[in-house]
Design a protein around this ligand. Structure first.
Ligand code: NAI
Length: 342
């Protein structure tokens, strides 16, 4: 903390709907007098446009100094262009754990009372992006190759993190999700470490494992059979979009990237270019990420206040954005939340 009891934190508005939802979330954090002292920095296309760099050194220095960031979504060019800045940041700061909780806020949907937390390994697997082409005849891109890797150390670290979380938050079961029947080494090592770690928590937390395709099916049939899921990078990316769909979609799903020396909080969704600039984006996912950030700095009091206001406003159906079946704009949502918290 600084002399005036403020916690320095980096703020990255991001691309597409990023600036709109970040503005909303900052207004709501201001309404509860959240203790953050923001250092606003650029990344993604906003960085390219301003200083021709998707991850400027000033942004890296800021996060290194604060160890804490709230980040809007960043656009990644599909196919060519620069490497994902999200992936680069996770590697730069060793953010090994991607924590993605989903919880029912709006009741009466296909599933009620969904409450699970997905832990995604954040540094390895196919997202290390070692890709290249091999020529076939005249076609220089005749074959595309990707290689992934998993290390015993990182498998153990993320799985242990998930088990520790389960103990601390009174969760009953951890499911290790893999594809060890086919990728016998790449994800077999993950399962092997999962079994070892589970032994250490025997009697405290139940353990089971599940093949990723079966897990996807089971999640959409009965999500209540899962409590904590821990899985590899690619599977975690896909399954966490799926789990967000169980509670109303991407607008409801927050995420935290946690490392030993830094933590970056963000929404699971991307920059939503299809609705950017229209003032209709749902800021809830980023707001829930900010709630996680408040809990991270041990301000559960403020986190609880915001969650209560979300329950009052969104769950009750008073104000909902279009993606949640309502008509409210981003500004309507912000106004309703700030008034409720005033
Ligand atoms: P996306 O998550 O941006 O959008 C998927 C769909 O969900 C779109 O129809 C969008 O309008 C809707 N949506 C997403 N967030 C919403 C919100 N808050 N309120 C209302 N509707 C919302 O995924 P897409 O289109 O595949 O990716 C767009 C860009 O975002 C890409 O460049 C991608 O690489 C990047 N991306 C960045 C992420 C990050 O910064 N952490 C995560 C995922 C994607």
């Amino acid at each position: 903390m600084t002399a005036h009891n403020k916690i320095p934190a980096t703020l990255i508005p991001g691309d597409g709907i990023g600036p709109e939802i970040v503005e909303s979330v900052i207004a709501i954090l201001d309404a509860v007098k959240a203790p953050f002292e923001w250092d606003k920095q650029l990344a993604g296309m906003a960085g390219v446009d301003a200083v021709k760099d998707p991850l400027p050194p000033k942004t890296i220095e800021s996060i290194r100094r604060t160890g804490l960031a709230l980040k809007g979504p960043l656009t990644t060019p599909v196919g060519g262009g620069f490497k994902s800045i999200n992936v680069t940041m996770r590697q730069e700061f060793g953010l090994f754990a991607n924590v993605r909780p989903v919880k029912t806020i709006i009741h009466g949907q296909r599933f009620d009372n969904v409450d699970l937390v997905l832990f995604r390994e954040n540094l390895e697997g196919y997202y290390a992006a070692m890709e290249h082409y091999l020529p076939v005849g005249d076609d220089r891109h005749g074959i595309a190759l990707a290689s992934g890797f998993t290390s015993r150390t990182e498998c153990r670290r993320i799985i242990k993190y998930a088990f520790d979380y389960a103990v601390k938050h009174n969760r009953k079961k951890v499911t290790v999700v893999h594809k060890a029947n086919i990728l016998k080494l790449l994800t077999g090592l993950f399962l092997e470490e999962g079994r070892k770690v589970a032994e250490e928590y025997k009697g405290k937390v139940e353990f089971n494992d599940c093949i990723v395709d079966a897990c996807a099916m089971k999640l959409v049939i009965n999500p209540a059979q899962f409590d904590v899921i821990v899985t590899t990078n690619l599977f975690g990316d896909i399954l966490s979009d799926l789990t967000s769909g169980l509670v109303g979609g991407l607008g409801m799903a927050p995420g935290a990237n946690i490392g030993e020396h830094a933590a970056i909080f963000e929404a699971v969704h991307g920059s939503a270019p299809d609705i950017a600039g229209q003032g209709v984006a749902n800021p809830l996912a980023l707001l829930l990420a900010a709630v996680m950030m408040l809990r991270h700095v041990k301000r559960d009091d403020l986190a609880n206040r915001i969650e209560t206001a979300i329950d009052d406003i969104v769950a009750s159906g008073k104000v909902r954005t279009k993606d949640l079946g309502g008509h409210a704009t981003t500004k309507d949502f912000t106004a309703a939340m700030t008034q409720a918290l005033a």
